[in-house]
Design a protein around this ligand. Structure first.
Ligand code: ZN
Length: 158
């Protein structure tokens, strides 16, 4: 599908990445790209963020993958980042930063804040003898419960 953007303000240089996420994730209405400090630190180490905090698992998904490095604004960075986001609301971008998504803008902003807190906790826990992750299954279940509990459909059923 060809990319078309509208408006008076020049779009971000990452518009192809943002557009591809909207094309591939039907329920997603907001995409945020940041260079937030602690997430960028984990991205610089090219580490995946394991599920180490309950709210992280609930909101972001069973883990936060670090997408393989690619030069900014290339087809490769679009592909690796979209792949890293599969089944999740956040991904790290190797040697660059982070991206979070949500069904609303508020949800994507909360995801960025939770990602930053979890990356800080991960870095510091590694210094305290090593972060101790939740099980992948438990983290996956928590994310699914969150998606159901805070879905638009549930709110409109009230
Ligand atoms: Zn960037």
């Amino acid at each position: 599908m060809p990319l078309s953007v509208e408006g008076d303000i020049r779009p971000s240089s990452g518009k192809k990445l943002h557009a591809r996420i909207y094309q591939t994730r039907g329920k997603i209405q907001a995409v945020i790209h940041t260079h937030q400090p602690h997430a960028s630190t984990v991205a610089a180490a090219r580490r995946d963020l394991p599920p180490i905090l309950d709210d992280q698992a609930q909101i972001l998904g069973p883990s936060v993958r670090c997408a393989a490095y690619a030069m900014p604004n290339t087809k490769k960075i679009v592909k690796t980042t979209v792949n890293a986001l599969k089944g999740r609301f956040a991904a790290l971008m190797a040697n660059h930063g982070a991206i979070t998504i949500g069904r609303t803008m508020e949800e994507a902003i909360i995801a960025a804040l939770v990602l930053e807190k979890a990356c800080k906790a991960f870095i510091e826990a590694e210094f305290l003898g090593g972060a101790k992750p939740l099980s992948g299954v438990e983290a996956w279940v928590m994310h699914k419960v969150y998606l159901f509990m805070y879905s638009k459909n549930k709110e409109t059923n009230k």
